[in-house]
Design a protein around this ligand. Structure first.
Ligand SMILES: Cc1cc2nc3c(=O)[nH]c(=O)nc-3n(C[C@H](O)[C@H](O)[C@H](O)COP(=O)(O)OP(=O)(O)OC[C@H]3O[C@@H](n4cnc5c(N)ncnc54)[C@H](O)[C@@H]3O)c2cc1C
Length: 451
């Protein structure tokens, strides 16, 4: 698709670049993951042209996020994506916390583990639900493909696959950004030029490294063994997603498509491998290990009738950059912060970074706002991670792993509330931070700062 973005040697205003052989666009986005794509869609909707470079030859389908909620849903709706995700995806009915499944005495069936607490979310077939209700589900890889399609449809976004950022050569108000990019298929090097560059290139961000921005925090001792698996749905658990609360190999099971009773559907089972497990990655990823874990953590008929569709081992971290801005380069999503996946806060936080960042760039590029708004973007989104996402995701993890299910319902105030038949008002109050604290109203913040 020919757009302004792929006219070599020309800036967005049509003037020649200083580097006549450089590809040029107003905004260069590194990484065509979900965060890069939603940034591009919002910029494109404001008629700002973007080039996305992506080191892979197509978007990733690695088994990662699958649920979008709270303010992230509201933002996805604002950019016109909610209805498409709902069409392709599903709504999760509810979440529960449980002990391990128990044999029903016949030796041929394991019942769901004892319920510690549960949170009803919504009826999956209710199409009148207000946006922001419940957990909108679609595997991250499918969401990513949908977003690329929508970004390209705008006519303002160009995606260059197989292009890997190597380093940033220029980064200032006078020069804008010049990036050195490697074509991974030919190993040749190409320059890309833009007024601003957004690093949405994930936890190992090449942009962050090139800018020498540290990534402080810590790595958890456990690794997460993530599997996608086809399972026949034999019993109706009411609350589909469930955490298994146990000190080792704790984790989460959740549907990756609507888990219809009587049908075989795709599920995600995650297990936290303890640090003292000396088995090799190959052993951990073997059918034998995974089936052993399913045996103790998966309810349903025995022998198991499952088909493993995907498996991967991940390290998990809590990390945050000291700044999300350096000159004309900005970081968003996992490039700027990472958290453990319990509570689905990683990608959703990245989506909300994209919202605030694209809005700030629109203010600078289209409305002559001072570029100090980009500093505010960095400050505000760092605060959201440091004081909301980081502690919340940490507590979500600890709640599962070091909270014996026999005493947790009395000890844990969150569980006490869920078990007390809370009113709608109390549940609204509980969810309020996921609408208010989580999202940054950058225009309001800028106004308060006198910009
Ligand atoms: C097991 C697991 C489960 C998870 N579940 C959830 C969940 O339910 N909900 C949730 O919100 N989060 C979840 N997360 C976290 C979520 O997956 C991440 O937060 C999310 O992927 C971050 O998106 P991103 O676009 O910032 O980065 P990424 O998804 O990592 O995308 C970065 C993109 O940049 C590309 N790239 C990298 N380097 C370069 C380069 N040098 N040049 C060009 N391109 C480059 C990559 O190929 C990739 O396409 C989970 C994570 C894991 C590991």
């Amino acid at each position: 698709m020919a757009t302004q973005a792929n006219v070599a040697g020309r800036g967005a205003d049509g003037t020649p670049d200083s580097e006549s052989d450089a590809k040029s666009s107003t905004v260069l986005i590194v990484g065509a993951g979900v965060v890069g794509c939603v940034t591009a869609i919002k910029l494109a909707q404001a008629k700002i042209d973007c080039t996305i470079i992506e080191k892979l030859n197509e978007t990733s389908i690695a088994p990662r996020a699958c649920g979008y909620f709270g303010a992230a849903q509201i933002f996805l709706n604002e950019i016109g994506m909610y209805k498409h995700i709902r069409e392709k995806g599903f709504m999760t009915r509810g979440i529960s916390w449980r002990g391990l499944p128990k044999d029903d005495g016949t030796g041929t069936f394991k019942q769901y583990g004892d319920l510690v607490a549960a949170q009803w979310l919504c009826d999956p077939n209710d199409y009148e639900l207000p946006v922001g209700t419940g957990m909108l589900g679609l595997p991250q890889g499918s969401l990513n493909r949908l977003l690329v399609e929508k970004a390209l449809e705008t006519g303002y976004v160009h995606v260059d696959y197989g292009m890997k950022l190597s380093s940033v050569m220029e980064n200032s108000k006078s020069t804008g950004v010049t990036a050195l990019v490697e074509d991974v298929n030919t190993q040749s090097e190409i320059k890309y030029h833009a007024r601003y560059c957004v690093g949405a290139d994930g936890a190992h961000s090449a942009l962050r490294r090139s800018l020498n921005i540290p990534f402080g925090g810590h790595t958890w001792p456990e690794r997460i063994l993530t599997t996608n698996v086809m399972i026949p749905n034999v019993v109706d658990p009411v609350y589909h997603s469930f955490f298994y609360m146990v000190d080792k190999f704790w984790g989460l099971a959740s549907p990756l498509e609507e888990a219809i009773l009587g049908k075989t559907t795709l599920w995600r089972y995650n297990f936290a491998v303890p640090a003292d497990d000396t088995r090799s990655d190959e052993e951990l990823l073997s059918d034998e290990t995974i089936l052993d874990l399913y045996e103790t953590r998966m309810p349903g008929p025995r022998p198991l009738q499952v088909k493993i569709e995907a498996r991967v081992l991940y390290k998990i971290h809590q990390r945050l950059v000291p700044t999300m801005r350096k000159g004309h380069c900005l970081l968003a999503g996992d490039a700027a912060h990472v958290c453990n996946p319990m509570g689905a806060l990683g990608l959703n936080t990245g989506i909300l970074d994209a919202d605030a960042l694209a809005e700030a760039l629109i203010m600078v590029l289209k409305e002559d706002c001072s570029d100090k708004v980009l500093d505010l973007y960095s400050d505000e989104r760092r605060q959201v991670f440091a004081f909301f996402v980081d502690p919340m995701s940490t507590q979500n993890k600890l709640r599962i792993q070091s909270n014996p299910p026999e005493v947790a319902p009395e000890q844990d105030s969150y569980f006490r509330l869920l078990n007390s038949n809370p009113t709608e008002e109390q549940m609204k109050e509980l969810m309020k931070p996921y609408f208010e604290t989580w999202r940054t109203a950058i225009r309001k913040v800028a106004k308060a700062a006198g910009l």
